[in-house]
Design a binder for this molecule. Structure first.
Ligand SMILES: C[S@@+](CC[C@H](N)C(=O)[O-])C[C@H]1O[C@@H](n2cnc3c(N)ncnc32)[C@H](O)[C@@H]1O
Length: 298
């Protein structure tokens, strides 16, 4: 079932690398609306899913979409990095899926503040229990801290200038809406829409989102922990949407596949990341930047 016009990215590729026809449990660490999970469950009556999402609204929607398979589904409103290992029988786990970042459902909800294309409050929290919002970061961070965050997570030029302007303007009036921030970014980067050019606000919003949701920290450690807990034959599939994330996945899979002091724990199944076909990108522009990497526990 595809809810809210939501289309799972790289669906066939993800299911093939998970080898999701095998009976057993699949951990969907980033459930979203459950687009990948519902297909695993629909196609394989011997499959069950343990799903995580730290966004309560998404989880509620996913639960509705997965209702038909409720007896084969267990869902957690939690960060996958806090996965309760004692509650999972790793002997039955066949696959672990991470489809990182935010969903189109989140992006298309203006009240969440993820999108610079729609006006809304500067929130950007995936989990509303988190204290820090984008507005708070823009209000509280020092100029150097803002510049460093924008450079590191947005991979943008001129971040010192942008940070300086943020600090100057917030003294007059705090930033409250996505539109206010977008306008400032357009001014600083002298934005003129051009075919094939990415709006600089996309990068600024990305940087804020990564910072607020602490998206990169603990990703490598999560995969390392899973590699210890998983049994041989368990497949890992990770879909990343920006280079910072993809770099972490690439390095972690490479390190786990290398023979060092101990035998390798994984075998990489993708040398280069798998990307979406032209047809998929045409049908779903979000797929454009998706990079899938897979590995198997050995
Ligand atoms: C790209 S979407 C997943 C879409 C899903 N595969 C589908 O087809 O419906 C990513 C989801 O993961 C959640 N998420 C991101 N980081 C998370 C984390 N560390 N722990 C739990 N959920 C997370 C987001 O809230 C979002 O709903």
């Amino acid at each position: 079932m595809i809810a809210h016009g939501h289309v799972p990215v790289l669906l066939e590729e993800a299911l093939a690398f998970l080898d999701a026809g095998r009976a057993g449990t699949y951990i969907d660490a980033t459930l979203g609306l459950g687009g990948h999970s519902v297909e695993i469950l629909r196609r394989n009556p011997g499959a069950s899913v343990v799903g995580f999402d730290r966004d309560e609204t998404s989880l509620r929607e996913a639960r509705k979409g997965l209702a038909e398979y409720a007896d084969r589904v267990r869902l957690y409103h939690a960060d996958f990095r806090d996965l309760p290992e004692d509650e999972i029988d790793f002997a039955s786990v066949r696959g672990v899926l991470l489809d990182l970042g935010i969903s189109s459902f989140q992006l298309d909800s203006p009240e969440r503040g993820f999108s610079f294309n729609a006006n809304g409050p500067l929130d950007m929290r995936m989990d509303r229990r988190t204290k820090t919002t984008a507005a708070r970061v823009l209000e509280k961070y020092s100029e150097p801290k803002l510049a460093e965050m924008l450079r590191r997570y947005g991979e943008l030029p001129h971040t010192r200038r942008l940070a300086r302007e943020i600090v100057t303007r917030r003294k007059l009036r705090p930033f409250e809406t996505t539109e206010e921030l977008r306008r400032l970014v357009e001014e600083i980067y002298r934005w003129r829409p051009q075919k094939g050019k990415i709006h600089p606000a996309a990068k600024v919003f990305q940087a804020l989102r990564i910072e607020i949701n602490n998206e990169l920290e603990g990703l490598a450690e999560f995969l390392e922990r899973m590699a210890v807990l998983a049994r041989p034959g368990t497949r890992f599939v990770v879909i990343a949407f920006h280079s910072l994330e993809d770099r972490i996945i690439k390095r972690t899979f490479a390190a786990l596949s290398a023979s060092g002091e101990s035998a390798p724990r994984m075998k990489a199944l993708t040398r280069k990341p798998v990307t979406a076909s032209e047809a998929e990108v045409r049908a779903n522009s979000r797929a454009r930047s998706a990079k899938l990497r897979a590995a198997e526990r050995v």
